[in-house]
Design a protein. Sequence first.
Length: 612
Amino acid sequence: MRTSIATVSLSGSLTEKLTAASRAGFDGVEIFENDLLASPLTPEEIRARCADLGLTIDLYQPMRDIEAVPADEFARNLRRARHKFELMRRLGADTVLVCSSVHPRAVDDDALASQQLGQLAALAEDFGIRIAYEALAWGRHVNTYDHAWRIVEAADHPALGTCLDSFHILSRTADPKDLEGIADIPGEKIFFLQLADAPLLAMDVLQWSRHYRCFPGQGGFDVAGLVRHVLHTGYDGPLSLEVFNDVFRQAEACPTAVDALRSLLVLQEEVGRTTPPAPVVPTGVAFAELVTPDAGPVSAVLGALGFTRTARHRSKPVDLWQQGEARILVNTQGSARRDGTGLAAIGLESPDPTGAAHRAEALLAPVLPRRRAPEDATLDAVAAPDGTELFFCATDRPELPNWRADFTDTRKAEQGTGHAERSTAVAEQGTRARGVTRIDHLALVQPWHHFDEATLFHHSVLGLHPQESVDVADPYGLMRSRAVTNADGSVRIALSVGAAPTDDTVHAQHIALATDDVVAAARRFRESGGRLLPIPANYYDDLAARYEFADGELETYRELGILYDRDAQGEFRHCYTVTVGRVFFELVQRDGYRGYGARNAPVRLAAQHIAQ
Ligand SMILES: O=C(O)c1ccc(O)c(O)c1
Ligand SMILES: [Mg+2]
């Protein structure tokens, strides 16, 4: 289907918006009146620019407060409309959106509304223009799609149809049955379809619409369900995004436009109009890769955590540290993109790495060039919205390229053959002694303007399932956090974001390591010279009030800085290392517990500010 986007959804000047829409691959645009009024380009120049960019102008909008008004008012409205129709002729736009009136003089009279909209349509027809009448959710007398349609139907004019806007409809629809009335509208009378999602918020609908709309798949509405109803009518116009969003208004237009188009690609897949390569859900974490200018500090932490440096990349300055199933790469090649130690890449175990990359590419994920020596394994990788590189891995599967084969066992290289098994044995012995079994989750702090995009990306590109979004108080701002996981929890990525650009030495990425005995792991870490994040005594006084612990248990937690939480499924004990550069480690003991200790996060963040 044709794809379109309203200029109001993107930041910048009209020219920048058009360029971004075109680069992302949209077929057309809705020109929002304010963008045109503020543009130095003439309507003819805008028309030419769109043509050059390969964009059609699918809609001009909005015209407001037209219908159901006294005759003198309506005469003025027609005069105003004539001006706009002349403008649209110069622009080469043939459909205009008229939204239901919020005017104080508008009366609750459907017959009058029909008659006046019919007159407007007759005038529009002379200009070759069609009127698409939309019910604003806060319209004074007309605020539901079926009401708007009854008025259009009664007017019975060929140049008058309706515009369906998913926000206005779904923000007022408690019951999916309320959508069944869409089937009563002939497809050819639906002149336009605007799509937006939104988080489920209990607030004034106008404010909700003007500030919180987001792209389909980023909020809580069943946009695909609505689109199915609309397609069933035979509607064959564009799928057009109309998103008023405070963040997108500020973010760079080009990435937003790509995010927007991705949402429509996924939507079309959901409604069965396209079949991109199927998602290949990752089945585990092959590795996490840290990039650092100096391997010293991070190696010391890994060593104290019980990791063993088992192998080195044969052509790059990258070490593999291992403990149990947890593998961490330490790369000192340096990253020009950011300074300090940071989490730069994640290896995801994939049942079909090439299929996963094809899916990612079809959904507009930036496929990364393979920077590799000729003899290295070919690895498919894409960049997540925050720049984290995601590698699709097939560890130790003989029929597929194996990233592990690019690494030479360190001891083998140093001491000759025969020691490889011994070094693995050392790593395993470390596992038993220190207790890290695997990577439990990876926590990625998102740039403030990429959070909704990141959720949609991880869901649609990787097939990970988004969990509830939670708010976490930080002493200097509020963080929002949302985990995405696979079905069995073997891949968990916690995405979080601050309300504004944040200090990323505190809001750092982290690697959470699973252990069966966090007390033993924490103790040994400390005995090996590691530094745990100190947690204030008040926290433990509160724990004592909330839960009953066995004798001495709480004292142990207090001594080590272990935090505690509980959910319906089980208990959670966790603690944190101090931060190295922009990354820290967490030791987690998850006894059935499904969450991430969100309740403890404010205490942890405050402690990190103090430690910093
Ligand atoms: O918020 C508004 O006024 C507004 C204007 C035009 C639209 O198409 C819409 O959905 C909302
Ligand atoms: Mg609309």
